[in-house]
Design a protein around this ligand. Structure first.
Ligand code: NAD
Length: 412
């Protein structure tokens, strides 16, 4: 499929392979997922009808540790998208230095159409059909689009029904159910650290920086809040219902209040409304896609007015759009770096679960910050050494780690 998510990821990966001069057999091995599980999920709906859904778990690579990656509920979920997201996880975990491989899961469903009871039964059915393939030392799911701490709690509970008490089977659980403080905010906080490091390196700061954010779910809302607290001017936000723009800066605490009360941004009356498409081409310093993939394309990349694209979402920029942005001197802070905060604190949660010991929020946040500072410094070294973009440097550093682990472990 031309321009598919998986093809895009593989093209970015290929740029990394070419920079390192890998041989074709190694490239093939590093591209190919280790295992793909597709399951039919049949549940009883509230009206007594039969609900029939398809779920996927793709395990891409585990040379550096157990497979690790989110579980997404969306109508757009398909095998190709999950393959792409699983591969991105392999490179993300390597780049940020957590001892995992990469995986991803998804169920093709519109979660808005499910009741809470149906969502719970669907989640439990997914565990029933995949529990042999996941586990604390095998493959550890986490939240992603339209899945949250509640879904992770059901996943933990259902897995424990089969295998006994095992909180480390999944991360992103609520704090009261063996989750970690700091996990909910972690991806947004990581985005803030990534942007801060990039700007500081160029003699700039977050304070006064104008930022437009697409997506106001877990990642977008926390990033908005933390960046706002650091003095950034969040000039636009959006979600699936549409967006709002105020060039003087939105009052982010009141946006949060609105979403807490209403569930979405719809009917936020404090600022003029804009479409999601308009948000992408607003005049701002930083454009932050924090929702779905493939939103920056050949069609709109020429019109992007930001100096930086901070990829909070996974795979928001097509390969062709990336080339246009690069040629125009716009810096893409790549997803495998920008949104690695979630998996980093997932690792801290997993480590706490295994030790049955809790860390404080300041310990978590300090350790998270340290990972971003180190990963950014390593990226800059690679950018200089090979004269490549930040995205290619990110893939080069990650491929290097995975290749090394694969070599050291050896082949059969
Ligand atoms: P979420 O479900 O909490 O929020 C998604 C947001 O995107 C919502 O505000 C939703 O309304 C909006 N949205 C959905 N479809 C849209 C559309 N067509 N146009 C505009 N907005 C739309 O999901 P999340 O966890 O915040 O994930 C967002 C992105 O970040 C995804 O790409 C995900 O893979 C990535 N990500 C998430 C995490 C994490 O820890 N949750 C970690 C790394 C990367």
């Amino acid at each position: 499929m031309s321009g598919s998510a998986y093809e895009t990821t593989n093209k970015y990966l290929q740029d990394g392979f070419d920079t390192l001069g890998l041989d074709p057999k190694t490239e093939h091995m590093l591209k190919t997922p280790a295992r793909e599980v597709r399951v039919e999920l049949v549940i009883r709906m509230d009206d007594d009808s039969v609900g029939n859904f398809i779920g996927y778990r793709v395990q891409h690579d585990n040379a550096r540790g157990p497979f690790k990656g989110g579980l997404r509920y969306a109508s757009s979920v398909n095998r190709n998208e999950v393959q792409s997201l699983a591969s991105l996880m392999t490179w993300k975990t390597a780049l940020i230095g957590v001892p995992y491989g990469g995986a991803k899961g998804g169920i093709q469903v519109d979660p808005q159409e499910l009741s809470t009871g149906e969502t719970e039964r669907l989640t439990r059915c997914f565990v029933e059909t995949t529990h042999e393939f996941i586990g604390p030392t095998t493959d550890i799911p986490a939240p992603d689009m339209n899945t949250d701490g509640q879904v992770m709690a059901w996943l933990f509970d259902e897995y424990s029904n089969f295998h006994g008490f095992e909180p480390a089977v999944v991360t992103g659980k609520p704090v009261d159910v063996h989750g970690s403080v700091g996990r909910e905010a972690a991806t947004g906080r990581g985005c803030m650290f990534a942007l801060r490091e990039v700007l500081n390196h160029e003699g700039k700061s977050i304070e006064g920086t104008e930022i437009a954010i697409q997506g106001f779910g877990n990642v977008g809302s926390w990033a908005a809040r933390l960046l706002h607290e650091k003095g950034a001017k969040i000039t636009a936000v959006s979600d699936i219902t549409g967006g709002y723009h105020d060039p003087t800066g939105l009052d982010i605490p009141s946006v949060w209040e609105h979403v807490a009360a209403e569930g979405t941004l719809e009917r936020f009356d404090d600022a003029p409304s804009i479409t999601n498409e308009e948000l992408m081409t607003l005049d701002c310093d930083v454009l932050m896609p924090a929702a779905i993939g493939g939103v920056l394309t050949e069609e709109n990349a020429d019109d992007v007015q930001a100096d930086y694209v901070l990829e909070a979402a996974n795979g928001p920029t097509t390969y062709a759009a990336n080339q246009i942005l690069e040629n125009r001197g716009i810096t893409c802070i790549p997803d495998i770096f920008a949104n690695a905060g979630g998996v980093t604190v997932s690792y801290f949660e997993w480590a706490q679960n295994i030790q049955h010991f809790s860390w404080t929020e300041s310990e978590i946040n300090e350790q998270l910050e340290e990972r971003f500072v180190d990963a950014h410094a390593a990226l800059r070294d690679t950018m200089t050494e090979y004269d490549v973009s930040m995205r290619t440097a990110a893939f080069v550093n990650a491929i290097d780690q995975v290749c090394h682990a694969t070599e050291m472990r050896g082949l059969q």
